[in-house]
Design a protein around this ligand. Structure first.
Ligand code: SF4
Ligand code: SF4
Length: 252
């Protein structure tokens, strides 16, 4: 069920953002850095893909030998909670910047493209990025991307949240990913990665300005009114129906 909700969010965002002009093309990869934050749900999708494709050895080499990214002090929703209370906090996006190239980028192409997390799907720019010039995007696009990250974190609450490499390593502890773990030279990096992750927390409210709300409303409506197994996503995410398994019900 969580996977279906995640896919609904990906699809709705893609449809909503389609008319926004962007210059991004295959092979343009300056935005593919080690700063991407993910939830466990997105990490599991990547790990399942690695097993399906038989890429365990390659994947283990990607995870190893990287200088760890700074550990986040707040998740997106923790930061939003502080902002909504009027308390100053450090924006996780700024603190966790890691300009090293993403380990899954090879010859300027993403090797896990079909299962890339939302943090990658929303990368975009109206003009070509350069090392000196960052992406240029309308404020409402950035606000919509942040709203999606908040909803995805809500969906993954109580599970790992953090830098992509750390969450993937932390998840490798599960027995079902044993064939990946077996390829790691140094298993101690799994525990170190776990300590750098945080736990995803529920949505405290969206960080939207009034003028942004109108442009983003169709996107939010498309997500929340979508129905899965006879229930609206709004009801599922707000706990009005209990269809999501508790963390403890999952296979370890
Ligand atoms: S966001 Fe920038 S670097 Fe990334 S694909 Fe678009 S133009 Fe290229
Ligand atoms: S996972 Fe793929 S799209 Fe995301 S930063 Fe890495 S190479 Fe780029």
């Amino acid at each position: 069920m969580k996977e279906k909700i995640l896919q609904t969010i990906y699809d709705a965002f893609e449809r909503w953002s389609a008319p926004i002009p962007r210059v991004c093309v295959k092979g343009c990869s300056a935005c593919c850095t080690g700063s991407v934050m993910i939830t466990a749900l997105e990490g599991e999708a990547i790990l399942r893909f690695i097993l399906q494709e038989g890429l365990e050895g390659w994947f283990a080499r990607c995870l190893e030998g990287k200088t760890p990214a700074p550990a986040p002090r707040l998740t997106t929703n923790e930061y939003a909670g502080l902002c909504l209370e009027g308390v100053e906090g450090d924006d996780p996006a700024g603190i966790c910047k890691n300009s090293a190239s993403c380990p899954f980028l090879e010859k300027n192409c993403c090797m896990i493209y079909p299962v890339r997390p939302f943090g990658c799907r929303c990368f975009a720019s109206e003009q070509r990025c350069t090392p000196e010039e960052a992406a240029v995007l309308p404020g409402y696009y950035v606000a919509a991307s942040t709203a999606m990250l908040q909803i995805i974190e809500h969906l993954g609450q109580r599970e790992y949240w953090g830098n992509m490499v750390d969450v993937l390593l932390a998840l490798c502890d599960a027995q079902r990913y044993g064939t990946i773990t077996d390829c790691l030279q140094e298993r101690g990096i799994i525990m170190q990665a776990r300590f750098r992750t945080r736990k995803a927390v529920p949505l405290p409210g969206l960080m939207l300005l009034e003028e942004e709300h109108q442009r983003i409303a169709p996107l939010l409506s498309a997500i929340f009114t979508s129905r899965l197994d006879e229930h609206s996503i709004d009801d599922i995410l707000n706990g009005r129906v209990h269809v999501l398994p508790h963390l403890s019900e999952k296979e370890s």
